[in-house]
Ligand binder design. Structure first.
Ligand code: CMP
Length: 141
């Protein structure tokens, strides 16, 4: 089933000029980029985006980190996209990620783990709507 997911290239990868490498790998793996934007998140936006983790000990640090520099947000499309993209990027902690995955190659630790990816189709729809209007996505399909 054709599905969409949301991904965010995190501040460290943007600062280290890895955007091009990451986009190339995503496209080569046949994920279609439906929408893309570079943004600097405000604290309230990052807090809202990661609200699901609000009771986790790393929440404040994660919010601070995601606001520390520009990020690139994207909507991707592919068959079984949410699961396929999570497999493609590798485990949350780059140390545990499989060789050849972008988290292994561009991530440094569990916080600076290269990219965020939606963890379920339901959350993907919510996260996409957080950054992009339906019009932007439909026009690009
Ligand atoms: P992401 O896919 O953006 O979703 C939530 C983020 O929380 C996750 O990637 C990690 O960067 C971060 N995270 C998850 N677990 C931990 C942890 N134990 N310590 C610090 N950060 C974490």
């Amino acid at each position: 089933m054709i599905q969409q997911t949301l991904t965010i290239i995190k501040p460290e990868c943007v600062a280290k000029h890895h955007i091009g490498d990451i986009l190339q790998r995503i496209e080569k793996a046949d994920f279609k980029i439906l929408a893309i934007r570079m943004v600097r998140l405000q604290s309230q936006e990052a807090q809202q985006f990661y609200l699901i983790h609000k009771d986790r000990p790393f929440y404040q640090e994660l919010v601070q980190y995601m606001c520390s520099g520009k990020v690139v947000v994207m909507v991707l499309e592919k068959d079984n996209c949410v699961e396929a993209f999570r497999k493609f990027i590798g485990s949350t902690n780059p140390k545990d990620a499989a060789p050849g995955t972008i988290r292994k190659d561009f991530g440094t630790d569990i916080q600076n783990n290269c990219v965020h990816a939606s963890d379920s189709p339901e959350n993907a729809q919510k996260e996409i709507a957080f950054f992009f209007s339906a019009k932007e996505i439909i026009l690009n399909q």
